[in-house]
Design a protein around this ligand. Sequence first.
Ligand code: ADP
Ligand code: MG
Length: 250
Amino acid sequence: MSESLLKAGPEIEVRGLHKSFGDNEVLRGIDLEINQGEVVCVIGPSGSGKSTLLRCVNLLEEPTKGQVFVGGTELTDPDVDIDAARRGIGMVFQQFNLFPHLTVTENLTLPQRRVLKRNKASAAKAAAENLERVGLSEKATAYPASLSGGQQQRVAIARALAMGPEVMLFDEPTSALDPELVGDVLAVMRMLANEGMTMMVVTHEMTFAREVADRVVFMDGGVIVEDGTPDQVIGNPQHERTRHFLSRLL
Ligand code: ADP
Ligand code: MG
C-alpha cells in the first residue's frame, strides 16, 4: 500500500472510547487526536484511567466501545491484523521488563528477531544504533542487574526504538526511579520529542510536561476534563478538578 494514497490525518485517533472492567466503567467516552510529531502528556489522579487509555491505544486492553486509529489503521476493526498494526507502536512501562538472563544487546535483538524476523546482523545493527541514541553503547554486553534503574529504563526505550515505531507510548516511565535517575530518562524522551517522534506520555513530571509537551490532557473519572497547551492546562486550568489536582502536586 502506498503511503501517499492514505488520507493525511491524525497519527493517533480515539473516538468515543469506553472501557469497562465488569461493572466498573473506567473510560467513559474519550475523544482524542494526536498529530504526527506531537507530544501529548496525559496527567490526572491515580485511578482516573490513564493507563487503561494508553493500553487501549495499542489494544493491550480491548475497548468496550469506540474506535482507535493509529497511522490511519483502525485497530478496533475486527478484521485488522493486530500484530502487524502493533509493530508501529512502541510502549515503555513504569517497570522496564527487561529479560534478566539476557545482555542489553540481546534484550534489544530478541524482539526484532522474533517479531520483525530480522536477521542477526541487521538486528545487531539496530540495537547498536539505538543504544548509542540513549547513551548506553558501553553497556552493550552488560546484564540488566548491573545497571541503574535509569539505565534499565533507557535500555527499555532503546528496545522499543529498535523496532522502528511510528509512535511511542510511555506509561509513567520515571515513576519507579530514584529521583536522581529521572533526569537522564527525561533527557532521552526530550531528544525523541525534538526528533519529531509522535509521543503519548502519562506522567507526573510537570516540568517535563510544561517544557516538552505540545498538549496536556487532564483526565479524571474516565473522561478528559481539559485538553490544551501546557500554558492553558497547567498554567491556567479552567476546571476546579484540574486546579485541585495540580495544587496537590506542588
Ligand atoms: P491510572 O493509570 O489513571 O491510575 P488505571 O487505568 O490504571 O488508572 O485504572 C483505572 C481503574 O481501572 C482503576 O479503578 C483500576 O482498578 C481499574 N482497572 C485497571 N485495569 C484493570 C483490570 N485489568 N481489571 C480490572 N480493573 C482494572
Ligand atoms: Mg497508571
